[in-house]
Design a protein around this ligand. Structure first.
Ligand code: 5RP
Length: 233
């Protein structure tokens, strides 16, 4: 198996060890988080975990839960009543303070709602995701209502960002999120203040959410090329 895939699996499986029976569990999105979902599915099947009430952060995760028989609910449901014990997700970039960029898979809005309503939060990544400064290599996704594509884009450029409309693959035109919005991927040429920008970007009319996750400091499971997984608090 390709080394990058191996690291994603190792990180996801290591983070899944945090899951305990009876938990209300937020399940993230992407090629690393899917290993958390699969591990939880296996443990339920083997009877080593029970009474998990899951919340899936995307269609991708819902479909995987369906396949594996993991019971999942709306965050508004009586089962979850707006609160999660633990959410485990992947990330696109992680800095030394465990602040994140997320949304490479376009699921940042629900991922952030899950993260910020969880008592405990963990992130699984491979070592290539660790960076010194957020937002320089990997763009920060900004979810925007379609009508604000140009106005929000102009406002983001005024903040010094290079703005790129995310295009679909195997579909002409922009990516449309689960909530009918578009994504503007923005990049900065020099280091920025992610905490200040997380607030500031959301003040632009038409911006629904952005991919800086700075207000919750997760436990980060980092899979290394040598096969080890470091846990950074
Ligand atoms: C999806 C996300 C993902 O967690 C992030 O893009 C990392 O994905 P992967 O594990 O596939 O590299 O934020 O919106």
């Amino acid at each position: 198996m390709d080394l990058s895939l191996k690291m994603k699996e190792a990180a996801g499986r290591a983070a899944a060890a945090l899951v305990k029976s009876g938990m209300k569990l937020g399940l993230g999105t992407g090629s690393t988080a899917i290993h958390v979902v699969r591990t939880v599915g296996e443990l339920l099947e083997q009877g080593k975990l029970r009474d998990i009430s899951a919340f899936a952060t995307s269609f991708q995760t819902e479909i995987e839960c369906e396949k594996l028989g993991i019971p999942f609910y709306s965050l508004n449901s009586r089962e979850l009543s707006g609160g999660l014990d633990l959410t485990i997700d992947g990330a696109d970039e992680v800095d030394a303070g465990n602040r994140l960029i997320k949304g490479g898979g376009g699921a940042l809005l629900i991922e952030k709602i899950a993260a910020y309503s969880s008592a405990s939060y963990a992130i699984a990544v491979d070592e290539t995701k660790i960076v010194e400064h957020l937002g320089i290599n990997f763009p920060v996704p900004v979810e925007v209502v379609p009508e604000a594509r140009v106005t929000a884009g102009n406002a983001l450029e005024k903040l010094g960002a290079n703005v790129c409309l995310r295009e679909g693959l195997r579909k002409a035109g922009p990516v449309v999120t689960e909530h009918g919005n578009i994504i503007l991927d923005i990049r900065f040429g020099s280091p920025v203040d992610p905490a200040a920008l997380e607030t500031e970007l959301n003040r632009i009319p038409g911006v629904v959410e952005n991919g800086f996750f700075t207000r919750i400091r997760p436990r980060v499971f980092i899979a290394r090329k040598d096969g080890t997984v470091e846990i950074r608090k």
